[in-house]
Design a protein around this ligand. Sequence first.
Ligand SMILES: Nc1nc2c(ncn2[C@@H]2O[C@H](COP(=O)(O)OP(=O)(O)OP(=O)(O)O)[C@@H](O)[C@H]2O)c(=O)[nH]1
Ligand SMILES: [Mg+2]
Length: 222
Amino acid sequence: MSDIKTIDVKADIIETNDTYTKEVRAFLKEQGVFLINLMASPGAGKTTTLIRTINALKDRYKIGVMEADMDSDVDAKLVSETGAKVIQLHTGGSCHMDALMTIDGLKNLGIEDLDVVILENVGNLVCPAEFDVGANLRVMILSVPEGDDKPLKYPLMFSVSDILLVNKIDALEVFDFDIDKLKDNVTPLNENISIYPVSALNGDGFDDYIAELIRRIEDEGH
Ligand SMILES: Nc1nc2c(ncn2[C@@H]2O[C@H](COP(=O)(O)OP(=O)(O)OP(=O)(O)O)[C@@H](O)[C@H]2O)c(=O)[nH]1
Ligand SMILES: [Mg+2]
């Protein structure tokens, strides 16, 4: 039998993250800010969804955005055209945001004058699901070209999210994607998740999603 000492490094990292998650929650509460963590694969439509969401909510709430990317500031430039307060966060090669990076981002963004902050997480269906950043709401996007089998391959993301946007439904005819099959794959993982088929490109399906966002934000006392 081997007597080599083995430690579970990943468990330690996630445990450390959880201590910072509490700090994020306390900071958000103190500042009266509602944080949304928006997660999806690269190219699923996070930035397009974000811009449409800001335009739908900006008369009601003062909105800030944290654009997390491994590199570049193309999304931040695009989003800033909405008039939202935007900060670009470079994760330095990391495939996800963690709670410590989130506190840093919120403090550098300056949230005292804001009601809602949306984090566009790094494009990835795996790591962002593992790291709770302390957000009030987790929204994930699965786009039609990715396929209806993704809950089977990346179950954690579907388990931890509160809302699932099925984006690019304008392209349904071109892809072999079955929304009923997707729902059958998601429900055993998370029976409470709200599922909205949408097109961030043309706005189809957004009204119901925005209504739920407003409900959730108001439920937190905003
Ligand atoms: N047909 C169609 N295209 C869309 C839709 N939403 C986004 N797109 C397109 O998909 C591409 C990627 O969209 P983005 O919003 O940049 O996706 P993202 O998830 O922010 O991408 P990264 O930040 O690079 O991971 C762009 O060409 C968008 O125009 C949609 O509902 N329908
Ligand atoms: Mg983007």
